[in-house]
Design a protein around this ligand. Structure first.
Ligand SMILES: [Cu+2]
Length: 231
C-alpha cells in the first residue's frame, strides 16, 4: 500500500518484488558513487590552477576511464538480466486466474473452477466505509491463496489496459486479441492494491485492482461458496 510522502517503493510481498527492490538499491548506490565522484572532480576543476595544461596525452588515465565504466555497466547488467529471467520463470502453477480489461473495470475468471467469474468495479465514494481507500476499493475483491504460485493471464476486451500491482512486482499489458502471461505469489495474507497502468480512456484512473490473499483452506471455502451462490 502506498503511503503519503512515500519516497521508496511499496513493501514487497512476493520474492520477485524483493529482488527488484534489492536491485533498485544496488543501482542507486552506484549512481550515488558516480555522482559524488563527478561532483568531486567538478569542484577540483573549479578550484585548482590547472598546472599541467601542456600535457598532450595520458594513456593510463584513458585506460582507467574506459574500463571502469564498462565494469560498472556489467555490474548493473548482470543482476538486471538475472531478475529478467526470474520473472519469466514458469513453475507448475496451482491456479490460473484470467484478468480481462474493459472500459472501465476488470473481469476475472478462475478457469480451474466451473463458472467462477465476476466483474470488479470501483467502489463509489459514498459507499466507502471508514478506513477504506477512495478510488482504490472495488466491489468484488480478487481472492487468491497465499504461498501458492498463480499464473495470471491478462487480456483486454476493448482498448489497451495494463494490470499492475506494485507490491507483487507485477505489471502486464492487457492487449485485445493477445494473452499475456505472468506468475505471481504472495508470501503473506493481506490486501494488495493496484491500478490500470495504461492510459485507456476517460475513466482510466477508476479501474483499480484489489487482491485479497488468504490462507489456502479459506480460499477453497471461498471458491465453493461462490459456486453454491451461483447455482
Ligand atoms: Cu485501463
Amino acid at each position: 500500500m502506498a503511503t503519503p510522502a512515500q519516497l521508496g517503493l511499496q513493501n514487497a510481498t512476493s520474492p520477485i518484488m524483493e529482488e527488484l527492490i534489492a536491485f533498485h538499491d544496488h543501482a542507486l548506490m552506484i549512481i550515488f558513487l558516480i555522482s559524488s565522484l563527478v561532483l568531486y572532480i567538478m569542484s577540483l576543476m573549479l578550484t585548482t590552477k590547472l598546472t599541467h595544461t601542456s600535457t598532450m596525452n595520458a594513456q593510463e588515465i584513458e585506460m582507467i576511464w574506459t574500463i571502469l565504466p564498462a565494469i560498472i555497466l556489467i555490474m548493473i547488467a548482470l543482476p538486471s538480466l538475472r531478475i529478467l529471467y526470474m520473472t519469466d520463470e514458469f513453475i507448475k502453477p496451482y491456479l490460473t486466474l484470467k484478468a480481462i480489461g474493459h472500459q472501465w473495470y476488470w473481469s476475472y475468471e478462475y478457469s480451474d473452477y466451473e463458472d467462477l467469474a465476476f466483474d470488479s468495479y470501483i467502489m463509489p465514494t459514498y459507499f466507502l466505509e471508514p478506513g477504506e481507500f477512495r478510488l482504490l476499493e472495488v466491489d468484488n475483491r480478487t481472492t487468491l491463496p497465499m504461498e501458492a504460485d498463480i499464473r495470471m493471464l491478462v487480456s483486454s476486451h476493448d482498448v489497451l489496459h495494463s494490470w499492475a500491482v506494485p507490491s507483487l512486482g507485477v505489471k502486464t499489458d492487457a492487449i485485445p486479441g493477445r494473452l499475456n502471461q505472468i506468475m505471481l505469489a504472495s508470501m503473506r495474507p493481506g490486501l494488495f492494491y493496484g491500478q490500470c497502468s495504461e492510459i485507456c480512456g476517460s475513466n482510466h484512473s477508476f479501474m483499480p485492482i484489489v487482491l485479497e490473499f488468504i490462507y489456502f483452506q479459506d480460499f477453497e471455502v471461498w471458491a465453493s461458496y461462490l459456486y453454491i451462490v451461483s447455482l
